[in-house]
Design a binder for this molecule. Structure first.
Ligand SMILES: CC(C)(COP(=O)(O)OP(=O)(O)OC[C@H]1O[C@@H](n2cnc3c(N)ncnc32)[C@H](O)[C@@H]1OP(=O)(O)O)[C@@H](O)C(=O)NCCC(=O)NCCS
Length: 183
C-alpha cells in the first residue's frame, strides 16, 4: 500500500472562546479544568483531521498554567501535529488569552497531547506520515523523539529511586521536609 503523508498545515486547528463568568473559580479566575477541556477538544479535532479517524487522548504533558486567565478574555488555542509514530500523534497546543479592554495578549501555556488513532474495532491504526517543510517543524519533530527518550529514562530512574527509598530510614529522608511522622 502506498504511504500517505500530510502537511502540518493540513490539520492545524484554531479555536477561540470567550471566557464567561460561569467558567470562573472561587477566586474569580478561569478554572484550569475549563482550559483543559478546551485543549482536549482542539487536540481531538487536530489529530482526527490528520488521521481521518477517531482518536483518543493517551497522555498530556507540560500543562503548566504560567498566567491566570480572567473572565472576559478571549482564549485562542492553536493546535498542530508535531510528530507522528505509527498510530500515535503528538499535538502541540499553544494557548493565548487576549484582553480586549487592556489591548494585551498573554501566552498561558504550551502543552503536548499524545493522541492515538483507532479503527472501528477499537484498535490502534496507522496514521499518515508528516511532511516537514521547514527547520522549525524538523526541530519540533526531533524534540518529541528526545522527550520520549527522556521520559523512558525518567521512568527507569524513578523506579530505581522507589526501590532505594525502601532501604533508607524514612526519618532521615524527611528530616528537612515540612511533615510530621506519626507512626
Ligand atoms: C493508549 C492505548 C490506545 C494503547 O493501546 P495498546 O493496545 O496498548 O496499543 P500500543 O501499545 O500499540 O500503543 C499504541 C500507540 O500508543 C502509544 N502509547 C501508548 N501508551 C502511551 C503513553 N503513555 N504515552 C505516549 N504514547 C503512548 C504507543 O507508543 C503506540 O504508538 P505508535 O503506534 O505510534 O508506536 C490504550 O491503552 C487506550 O485505549 N487507552 C485509553 C485512551 C482513552 O480512552 N483516552 C480517553 C481518556 S478517558
Amino acid at each position: 500500500m502506498e504511504e500517505n503523508y500530510r502537511e502540518v498545515s493540513y490539520s492545524q486547528t484554531i479555536v477561540s472562546e470567550l471566557m464567561i463568568p460561569a467558567y470562573a473559580n472561587f477566586g474569580g479566575k478561569i478554572h484550569g479544568g475549563i482550559l483543559l477541556s478546551l485543549m482536549d477538544k482542539v487536540a481531538y479535532a487536530c489529530a482526527s483531521k490528520h488521521a481521518s479517524n477517531y482518536c483518543v487522548t493517551v497522555s498530556v504533558e507540560n500543562v503548566d498554567f504560567i498566567a491566570p486567565v480572567e473572565v472576559g478574555e478571549m482564549v485562542t488555542l492553536t493546535a498542530i501535529i508535531i510528530y507522528v509514530g505509527k498510530s500515535s500523534m503528538v499535538v502541540r497546543i499553544n494557548v493565548i488569552a487576549e484582553n480586549f479592554l487592556a489591548g494585551t495578549f498573554k501566552t498561558t501555556n504550551t502543552s503536548y497531547f499524545t493522541m492515538v488513532a483507532k479503527n472501528k474495532a477499537g484498535k490502534p491504526t496507522q496514521v499518515p506520515g508528516l511532511i516537514l517543510k521547514n527547520k522549525e517543524e524538523i526541530k519540533r519533530f526531533l524534540e518529541v523523539i528526545k522527550r520520549k527518550e527522556l521520559k523512558t529514562t525518567y521512568k527507569k530512574e524513578l523506579q530505581n529511586a522507589r526501590l532505594s527509598l525502601l532501604v533508607i530510614p524514612e526519618e532521615k529522608l524527611l528530616e528537612k521536609e515540612r511533615c510530621q511522622l506519626i507512626l
